[in-house]
Design a protein around this ligand. Structure first.
Ligand SMILES: [Zn+2]
Length: 264
């Protein structure tokens, strides 16, 4: 089976996750207007108002909700005391407790409001710009952001934020280790999804392709033609794919101690 086009993938995941019965746990906000010359506006309107524009978007919202729910159910079992994250889907721009969220930033997690922020265009971006199409590629990204939420609960986020700057950045630095741990946690979720019968042939490859598509080395080489390991923040393509696999094969968050790992 070749990689599915987005809409095919969405209907597929719909049947896999049975999202008809899933309450929409995702708050969907759409930025109203841009920044323009007036500066930032408090720029969100909740779903139902200016919300979903068409069937494709409503399918994407359903997809994100389903993956989010399954991911967080998995973590509720994996981690005593797990508290659920929120997720805001937006278009364009949105204000967050971590400052302005923009499509250009890509999906991110804000520890200050325990919320993952996802721009709707990221589906298209994954497939078109990064060459990592498919439903499971998107699921990997969502599970990665929830991985950052887990790190917020374990305190890993805060420990890295408190460390001296020169220990944070670069190849093998704390920022890279934090990101690779989130990739590993994403893999842990994938193993639960597999156990629950949600995966099909090709899904793991989609996730690995996505992980490899957003390695620092690849993104830098594509953008500038050169690779500068001293500026790495997320790890190389090979490292990202490797840590996803470590999580996937172990199914155990304790296997994701990238901070203690000598080889990344
Ligand atoms: Zn990340």
């Amino acid at each position: 089976v070749p990689s599915h086009a987005l809409l095919g993938a969405v209907s597929l995941i719909k049947s896999k996750f049975g999202w008809a019965g899933v309450a929409v746990a995702v708050a969907l906000y759409f930025a109203v207007g841009g920044l323009g010359s007036q500066g930032p506006r408090s720029a969100s309107a909740p779903i139902g108002g200016t919300g979903v524009q068409n069937d494709a978007e409503s399918a994407q919202v359903g997809f994100v909700s389903s993956v989010l729910d399954h991911t967080q159910d998995a973590w509720t079992t994996l981690m005593p005391g797990y508290r659920r994250a929120k997720l805001v889907l937006y278009r364009g721009r949105t204000s967050t407790a971590c400052g302005l969220g923009k499509s250009a930033t890509g999906p991110f997690y804000c520890p200050a409001d325990s919320t993952a922020y996802l721009d709707l265009s990221f589906f298209e971006q994954l497939s078109r710009q990064l060459g990592a199409p498919g439903d499971f590629a998107a699921a990997y990204v969502i599970a990665h952001e929830i991985g950052h939420h887990v790190q917020n609960l374990t305190g890993a986020n805060a420990r890295v934020a408190r460390a001296p700057r020169d220990q944070q950045s670069g190849d093998g630095g704390l920022s890279v280790r934090l990101e690779l741990q989130a990739d590993c946690y994403s893999g842990v979720w994938a193993s639960v999804a597999q156990r629950d019968g949600l995966l099909e042939a090709g899904d793991i490859e989609e996730a690995l392709t996505a992980a490899a598509a957003i390695g620092d080395d690849k993104l830098q080489r594509d953008a500038t033609g050169t690779v500068r390991p001293e500026t790495f923040s997320h790890g190389t393509s090979a490292q990202r794919a490797r840590w996803f696999r470590v999580g996937m094969q172990s199914g155990d968050p304790n296997a994701c101690d990238t901070f203690a790992a000598r080889r990344l």
